[in-house]
Design a protein around this ligand. Sequence first.
Ligand code: SAM
Length: 455
Amino acid sequence: MSKLFMHGGKIDPVQARRISASPMLLRRASTQVDFDAWVGNRAISCIGTNAGSSAIAFQNWRHFKEAFPPELIARAVHESDIDVVKCLDPFGGSGTTALACQFLGIHPVTIEVNPFLSDLIEAKLNPHDVSQLKRTFARMVAKVQTVDVKSQLRELKSHAPQTMIQPGVNGRYVFFRDVLCRLLAYRQLINRIHDERMRQFFRVLLAAVAVPVSNVTISGKGRRYRGGWRERRPQVIDVDRHFAELMKLALDDVKRFSNRKYLGHSVLRGDARQLMDQIGEVQLAVFSPPYPNSADYTDVYNVELWTMGYLKGAADNRGLRLDTLSSHVQLKRFYPPAPTESVLLTDLLAKLAQRRSQLWHPDIPEMLGAYFADMENVLKSLYKLLTPGGKAYIVLGDSRYANLTFPSAKIITSIAGAIGYSVVRVEPFRAMRVAPQQGGRRELAETLLILRRDS
Ligand SMILES: C[S@@+](CC[C@H](N)C(=O)[O-])C[C@H]1O[C@@H](n2cnc3c(N)ncnc32)[C@H](O)[C@@H]1O
C-alpha cells in the first residue's frame, strides 16, 4: 500500500488542508509516519498472507505462515468513516492487527487462545528496557552450562508425548537429548527472572528457537521429520547460536521502534467465543479466523507448547483443542448445530452427509456445521460491540470435501445479513490449492469480506 498522506517525503499540501480541518485525519497523518517507518515501501504479494512479502520488524521473531500483512489494517483504518479509537482482533495469531494498531495510534484489543501465541503477541506490544534485557541475557549465557535440568527432564518425560525426547517411539524423536537439555537449562534460568515482562520476552524467543534445533519441520498439517534428520544432528551450540541471533534481532526491533506513539494494548487469553462479551465498544475489527480445513493450530505449535511448559499433560492439550474454533476433527467433541440462515450451507451439508463414506473422518459434516455456528456467535458478539458505522474486515478461506466446495465468504455473508450487518464488499484475492487427493489445483478462494454495522 502506498503512503496515505505523504507525497515525495512531504505532506501533500491539498491533503494537509483537509487534514488540519479534521482531528481524526490529523491523528491518522501523524501516526501514518510511524507505520510507514515500520513496514517501509515493501511490495505486498497479497492482502491475505505475509508469505512472499519481505519480513518486517517484530514479525520475523517467529515465522507465522497465516499472518496477514499490517497494510490490511492501515487500509481498514483509512477506509473507516468514523474515528477508530479501539480495534479488535478476536483471533490474534502473531499479533499483526495489534501491532499495526499501535503503530497507527489505535488501542488494540486482541484475543488469542494459544498461550504461546498470546505471550508472543504481548512480548511484541510491551515496552522493554533493552539494556536490562542485554545484561540479563549475558548472565544467562554465562550460567547456562552449570544448570542441572534432571528434574525438569523427568517432569517433561512423565507428561509430554514420548516422541518429544530421544529415544522416542520407533526410533523417531523430536529432540536429541542434549539439545533438549540445553533448551530446558535456558528455560530454568528464565523462570528465575523476577520481572514477568522480561520472563515473557525471553520465553517467546527461546520458544522460537525450539523448532529450528529440533528434528522436525512444521506445516499447516502438523509436524514432519526433516530429510536426513539423524545425519543433520543439531548440536547444543546451535541452541546457543540461534538464541543469541534471535535476541540480537529482537532487541534491535525493540530499540528501533521504542518511540512509537502508542504502546497501550489489551491482550485477552482464551476462547474468543467466551471472551468477546467482556470487551467494550470498538470501532473496527480486523481478523482472520482459522479456516475450516481440518488443520489444528494446537498441533502446529505443539513443539513450543511442550518444551516451554505451556502444556503440563494430556488434559491441557485436550482443553486447548476444545477451546479452539471448530475447524478440526482431531478430538471427539460436541459440535453445535449448523446455523440455518444460509440455504447454501444447509444444502451443502445435506449433500456432504450423503457422501460421508468418502470422507477421511466421519465427523467432517458436523465440524463444518459447528464452524459456521461458531462464526455466527462471533459475529453476533461483534455486532453488539461495534459502534454504529463501525466495520469488520474478515479474511476467510474456502474448503472442499468429497468434491463439494464450501465457499466461506458466501455462507458468512448470508449469516451476517441475518444478524443485521450490511455487506460493504466481497473481495476474493487469491486461490489456494485443494488437497492433492482432490487434484491439487488452485481452486479455493481466499476472500476479504467487509461488513458494517449501520445503526
Ligand atoms: C489465521 S490465525 C490468525 C492470524 C493473524 N491474523 C495474524 O496476522 O497473525 C487464527 C488464530 O486464531 C486462534 N484461535 C483459534 N481458535 C480460537 C478461539 N476460540 N479463540 C481465540 N483464538 C483462537 C489460533 O490459535 C490462531 O492463532
